[in-house]
Ligand binder design. Structure first.
Ligand SMILES: Cc1ncc(COP(=O)(O)O)c(C=O)c1O
Length: 360
């Protein structure tokens, strides 16, 4: 009965497809690029301590966390806005800047919420296809029109793990008019180790129309806590603050994220494990003769030789949950998060068994 009541925009939005959660103990989830070591221990301790204050509303400006981030990133706290996950900052940016009918450039086969929030605020998504599974900045520059308002870039790119180099990004930005907002989603930036990966903090200082998004969900192991942040010019941040629900980041989230920032042992373990796991997976995938993309993130994009949905079910039977990329429009590929040594091994064994069975 509500069909007539909803806004057209809501009709345009596709349901979000999340990674599947394990239904039994012992099942390994490598589907959502979460931290395989669990939450940061320092965050857990800070959350336990903060719990006694839960009868009091949180700081609506997340001042302590913004100050700590600003200090670490060498920015001013007024360049920082905290969200209930970086998802919320995307939504805030669209709510603040997008006018009905304005165009939003989005890479093909990417994180689905860029399109969701574009529709939500009656924007017009303009999807620019990937080239060789990488974001095609030349095509994106050509796609800019008078109506373009926002541009989403994802670096490293989910789900392919590929990156935009510093030089390519700098050159692209020269073709973006000042009145177009560029949202650089860096959900996986902490895992990148390429020398020519862009330093976007310098860009935030130089270009008032750049908004960098980062998250505590992956590297810091706090996906369930929901904390992400945006870095931009003080002016853009000021307007987004107006739109932000006052108490969007709860007390436990603010305390946990603040502590996680300082959890050097955990973060180092996470980083090193990812690099080792990445090398291991590359070697084993080569042995299995499977095509994959060199990744700068904590997941690997793998082209598979059977429908991804089918492989997903078969791997699940062996206790490994991966992400079939059908909902990304790539039904011939899966994305696997880099896990612990044991988890990676379990995935490779399951994949090898699957290959042997398929060969007959
Ligand atoms: C590219 C990208 N951006 C943003 C997010 C969302 O992060 P958050 O948990 O901070 O909302 C994800 C999560 O999977 C992601 O892959």
């Amino acid at each position: 009965m509500f069909e007539q009541l909803i806004r057209q925009a809501v009709n345009n939005i596709k349901d979000y497809t999340p990674g599947k959660n394990p239904s039994q103990p012992g099942v390994v989830k490598l589907a959502s690029n979460e931290n395989p070591f669990g939450p940061s221990p320092l965050a857990l301790a800070a959350i336990a301590k903060e719990a006694k204050n839960l009868h009091i509303y949180p700081d609506q400006k997340s001042l302590a966390l913004r100050a700590a981030l600003a200090k670490q990133l060498n920015l001013h706290e007024d360049n920082v806005i905290i969200g209930n996950g970086s998802d919320e900052i995307m939504q805030l940016a669209a709510a603040t800047f997008l006018k009905p009918g304005e165009e939003v450039l989005i890479p093909g086969h990417t994180f689905s919420l860029y399109e969701t929030f574009t529709h939500l605020f009656d924007g017009q998504p303009v999807v620019v296809d990937l080239k060789d599974k990488e974001q095609d900045l030349a095509a994106m520059a050509k796609a800019i029109t008078q109506k373009t308002k926002l541009i989403f870039l994802c670096n490293p790119h989910n789900p392919t793990g590929t990156m935009i180099s510093a030089a390519n990004l700098a050159s692209f930005l020269t073709s973006v008019p000042e009145n177009v907002l560029v949202i650089l989603d860096e959900a996986y930036v902490e895992f990148a180790d390429a020398k020519d990966f862009p330093n976007t903090l310098a860009l935030v200082k130089e270009l008032p129309n750049v908004l960098v998004l980062r998250t505590f969900s992956k590297y810091f192991g706090l996906a369930g806590l929901r904390v992400g942040y945006g870095l931009s010019s003080t002016e853009l941040v000021k307007y987004m603050f107006r739109v932000k629900p006052p108490f969007n980041v709860n007390r436990l989230a603010q305390a946990g994220a603040l502590a996680a920032l300082e959890d050097k042992t955990f973060l180092e373990q996470t980083y090193k494990n990812n690099l080792k796991g990445r090398d291991y997976l590359f070697t084993e995938l080569d042995k299995l003769g499977l095509e994959y993309k060199k990744t700068q993130a904590n997941f690997v994009f793998i082209k598979v030789k059977q429908p991804a949905d089918e492989l997903f079910l078969q791997l699940m039977k062996q206790g490994v949950i991966v992400r079939p990329l059908t909902s990304f429009g790539l039904p011939e590929a899966i994305r696997v998060s880099i896990g612990t040594k044991e988890q990676n091994k379990k995935f490779i064994q399951a994949l090898a068994l699957q290959k042997a069975q398929a060969a007959g």
